[in-house]
Design a protein around this ligand. Sequence first.
Ligand code: ADP
Ligand code: MG
Length: 707
Amino acid sequence: MTDRINKEPRVEEIFASNVFTLEKMRERLPKNVYKAVLEVMENGGELSLKDADVVAKAMKDWAVENGATHYTHWFQPLTGTTAEKHDSFVSILDDEGHMMMEFSGRQLIKGEPDASSFPSGGLRTTFEARGYTSWDITSPVFLKESGTGRTLCIPTAFCSYKGEALDKKMPLLRSTEALSQQAMRIVRLFGNTTSKKVVTYTGAEQEYFLVDRNFFMQRADLKFAGRTLFGAPAPKGQEMDDHYFGVIRERVGNFMRDLNTELWKLGVPAKTQHNEVAPGQHELAPVFERANIACDHNQLVMEAMKRVAVHHDLRCLLHEKPYASVNGSGKHNNWSLATDDGINLIDPGDTPERNIQFLLVLACILKAVDTHADLLRQSASVVGNDLRLGANEAPPAIVSVFLGEQLEDVVRQLVETGAATGHIGGGRLRTGVSTMSDIAKDATDRNRTSPLAFTGNKFEFRMVGSSDSVAGSTTTLNAIVAEAFSEAADELEQAENFDMAVHDLIKKYLTEHRRIIFNGNGYAPEWVEEAARRGLPNIPNMLAAAEALTTDKAVALYEKFGIFTRPELESRKEIVYDYYAKTINIEALTMIDMAGRQIIPACMHYEKELAETVVAVHGAGADTTTEERRLAQVAAHINEAQSALEALTAAAGKAQGIGDVHEKALFYRDKIVPLMQDLRTPCDQMEVLVDRSMWPFPTYQDLMFEV
Ligand code: ADP
Ligand code: MG
């Protein structure tokens, strides 16, 4: 092993080696073209076609020198994953069959995939198949290494023939611009004349499970649904707290090392790795980056996890809830705002009570979250997250903000007395060991139960599901905060006495929206009652949450800042319903298949064996009470399972006949999901009764503990 580790390349040598970085651009492009690229990146506008040709050629030369044969416009359709269609650089020169490698500015800037097979939620009918991908100059192109070899990937946005967004990147880019504009109005009010824009930063922590490939392949539920649909809990779960931060096992460690290498080559700043709470669960966190790049990079992280896992005879599960009875996986979206010259707007500094700009920003964020708690909840909705939100180690479905003791105290002073005169400090923690220095404490403790926690100089939105893109929640955070900034700026720009006006406005916002602050235990049942008393929405599932997308309030918000039009919002809602119905349908059919063709037949086998045993034991003149008791139990469960199977099969058939997508999705949620549970229960009960050698597939004991 030491040998292998010694042979590994150093991080500095490989980092971003597969990225066409600004540095490489500077080296390879004529000065004026490089300047033109930088100008568009920083201030918007368009590259001339002439310059685009030069850039495309430089990219292609670099890619070909590094062994690439193909390029692709890489985009993020509303399926939640990424899409790519590869074209080779090959073009024919003459009749003698000579070829050359070609790539033009036009090909770089615009692609035209057939859009009809991507979800559009009714924005586009099949005869209007045209869709465009458009180069996102702010996210660097990179070389992806995979089974197909090396491919030059160009990050792009995806839109319809009429310009409606059909992806996650376009609204994200629109939202970062809107937020920058409004945030600039705020910083200008405080006398800042030097910053040019405000940048959104995102750090996406990624949780995942690993499972042995061999076991994975034997389970139809893992293959088709990405999660287990059956399975009795193993004798041991996570109750010993021995997996979290535990020693990383060799096989997992090998996987992590290869994963880091892959990611570093792609310029993804993979930083932290550790075991998570549940057996078989792990986490990777990168260093935060500009939101757009962080979202692209998080997609690459998820892709790389799946790819690298295969090389280690593992499978990576990104589902929010692969196993019942242990923690699910989330993705924490760490979000902050800073000016282009490095001033973090979310940093309270040493004396928050005197940092008026910070207090205004904080008041605006609280107002935004309180006003649009429903939208924020919606932004964390994927089908798998319905199984996670509100459950073990996941934030509740109620949106609230954790500020910590120090800031909550400042807020209290402002609301109650109109002025904040001091703050609670962190103090020092005495170690009581003479050789160990005392520790300076943070001003706030952590709160793992809060959906949106202030963590020193950023907010951490913890509701997002592990398989989801971070683009959606970032877009929502940006939009709602842009609105609050804009309303504050509207008032303050008109004020005769700015100091008075800003003081009054902060107090007003904090007073009106204080109810969204909750520093207690978000998992406690009392919080649900308390939140109801405060009038905070508690939206229990994804379909209910989808309604938030098209309220007048949401449409006004998104249209005001040019992030979504009403048709775009309506289409996104359609897609939610459609995806929900399709996902649950796959799960139901998978259960029908596994119960009908594997579990029940296996149990009948065992039942037959027991019956034969009863006869044999009886024939030998011995007492058959035990055998008969066991037989009766198995027979009863089989009976229950068979009835549940028939009920689910009938209901699934009925569901498929429903035409209206809303009605259909609601039927899946309200009728099919409970029937699935009815089938699971007797099957899980049989799993712990039936002879292990007869059970048709690997169990939780295998899946979680044999990696
Ligand atoms: P915590 O332990 O509180 O979650 P970490 O320091 O481990 O905090 O950071 C978690 C994630 O937050 C990392 O991806 C990190 O890069 C990111 N992060 C740190 N500071 C910021 C910031 N100012 N803005 C956005 N993300 C940040
Ligand atoms: Mg964290």
